[in-house]
Design a protein around this ligand. Structure first.
Ligand SMILES: Cc1cc2nc3c(=O)[nH]c(=O)nc-3n(C[C@H](O)[C@H](O)[C@H](O)COP(=O)(O)OP(=O)(O)OC[C@H]3O[C@@H](n4cnc5c(N)ncnc54)[C@H](O)[C@@H]3O)c2cc1C
Length: 432
């Protein structure tokens, strides 16, 4: 046996890596999870919410034992202009548990401890420099200290996967296929959070901000409530940031000063500032997910559903399916590309690739009409509510007519047609 050889090595201890690791450990396979951070979660940034059912699939005990912040019982979708906000709000009963907020530095730590309890080895503070490839077969990893060998390597190193690039399964990340996200965590007393967001003790509220100050870019803002802090941030397509020479920090400052947002975070203490990339390429830009001796999972494989803000669940699922493929391969002692292609088949049969296929053209379609969807329509909707809620000497009919004419005055007919065509194309794309 080669020195330092085990069954499977996983690079990265995010949700995809840990899901793969715990699945393998539970099947009594020898598995090592390697992480460059000083602990799992040290390098990870997200909004964010994890989804209860997919998390339970990997960690059946997590609701009772994991460090959970709040259960999201209220979701607000808010169109912003510089001075106005129009919100559609969905609230469910206090006991419904679809998703919950977590703090990654606490939650990922708990996850890796669960994987270790199941028998996985964990090596923090260890950077994988490159993969060892012999006779076109991936056989190990080079770390900053020593080399380790395994029958299979699972690449779970996140959005900017240098290891997938080394194998030529991915190219350099294209600015069109990635968003830059920035986030602040702001400390507030739990009672203040509950009163500002109208919440009971364990429940939370999520805001999705559409429009200002990202009214000319492909971008969205978010706000999540934790137990005693608020996470506020936004993500903007890297291409738009580059082409429009925008500083993403300035955009976040504007969002924080918006009349709707400012009172929600007022008098809070800034605890943390972070930035991270989010994969945006979707189904059309997924890399090949396997080669001889290796598979790619999670963000490294571009598995993010941006329309629904889902990433951790796709990471969990892909990690689990890669691990199941590895278990079959170990039983047959076959680590060939053909054998590992079963991972891709499993993903295709799961909701992961089905959902990514459903939304494959949505972002691309919207990208060509960002100023309309994120700038013009939020403004027109706010104008409508301004008229609807104002009282002056003018008769309502006259006001509404003027409003309807304004749509045709502000825009030429070809712009309206382009917007309607984009919506129809996107809806047909989703339903077909
Ligand atoms: C701002 C923001 C908000 C988000 N909000 C949500 C949300 O609300 N809900 C949701 O479901 N998803 C959300 N996501 C997406 C979600 O965070 C990701 O999809 C998910 O973390 C992907 O998991 P992963 O394990 O594939 O990658 P990661 O979580 O990125 O983990 C990769 C790990 O690999 C390690 N690593 C990288 N290179 C090496 C190396 N060479 N050697 C050793 N270790 C290495 C890293 O340190 C890291 O720990 C959000 C993302 C961002 C950026």
């Amino acid at each position: 046996m080669t020195k330092n050889k085990i069954d499977v090595i996983i690079v990265g201890a995010g949700p995809s890596g840990v899901a793969a690791g715990i699945t393998l450990a539970r099947a009594n396979k020898k598995v090592l999870i390697v992480e460059r951070g000083s602990f799992a979660g040290a390098k990870n940034v997200f909004g964010g919410a994890i989804y209860v059912e997919p998390t339970k699939e990997i960690f059946p005990n997590f609701l009772e034992e994991a460090p959970i912040e709040r259960f999201n019982t209220e979701h607000k979708y808010t169109l912003l202009t510089e001075n106005e906000a129009t919100t559609v709000s969905y609230k469910t009963k206090n006991t419904k548990q679809n998703s919950c907020t977590v703090i990654r530095s606490k939650f990922d730590k708990w996850c890796i401890e669960e994987a270790q309890k199941a028998g996985a080895y964990f090596a923090p503070n260890t950077v994988v420099k490159e993969l060892i490839v012999e006779n076109k077969q991936v056989v190990g990893i080079k770390t900053d200290m020593e080399n380790y060998y395994a029958d299979i390597i699972i690449i779970a190193d996140g959005v900017n996967s240098l290891l997938a690039k080394q194998l030529k399964l991915r190219k350099d990340i294209d600015p069109k296929h990635v968003a830059l996200a920035v986030k602040e965590v702001i400390k507030l007393d739990p009672k203040v959070i509950e009163s500002r967001f109208n919440l009971t003790e364990k429940n939370g509220c999520v805001y999705e901000f559409i429009g200002y100050p990202m009214d000319k870019q492909l971008g969205l803002g978010f706000l999540y409530t934790n137990k005693d802090s608020i996470a506020i941030g936004l993500g903007i397509g890297l291409n738009d940031l580059k082409n429009q020479a925008i500083n993403v920090n300035d955009v976040l400052e504007k969002l924080k000063q918006h009349p709707l947002v400012e009172p929600l975070i007022k008098d809070g203490e800034l605890l943390e500032y972070s930035a991270h990339l989010i994969p945006e390429g979707g189904y059309n830009n997924m890399p090949k997910l396997y080669t001889n001796g290796a598979m790619i999972v999670g963000d490294a494989a571009m598995l993010v559903n941006n329309v629904h803000w889902e990433g951790t669940n796709l990471a969990f699922k892909s990690g689990k399916l890669a691990a199941q493929t590895a278990i079959e391969a170990l039983e047959k002692q076959d680590f060939s590309e053909k054998m590992l292609s079963n991972y891709q088949k499993k993903l295709e049969n799961s909701y992961v690739i089905k959902d990514l296929k459903t939304y494959k053209d949505v972002l691309h379609n919207i990208d060509s009409r960002t100023s309309s969807f994120f700038g013009y329509y939020p403004k027109k909707i706010a104008e409508f509510f301004d008229i609807f809620t104002s009282v002056n000497e003018k008769p309502k009919k006259q006001e509404f007519r003027k409003y309807i004419y304004s749509w045709f005055k502000d825009r030429n007919i070809s712009e309206l047609i382009s917007d309607v065509t984009t919506i129809i194309k996107s809806v047909i794309g989703v339903l077909k």
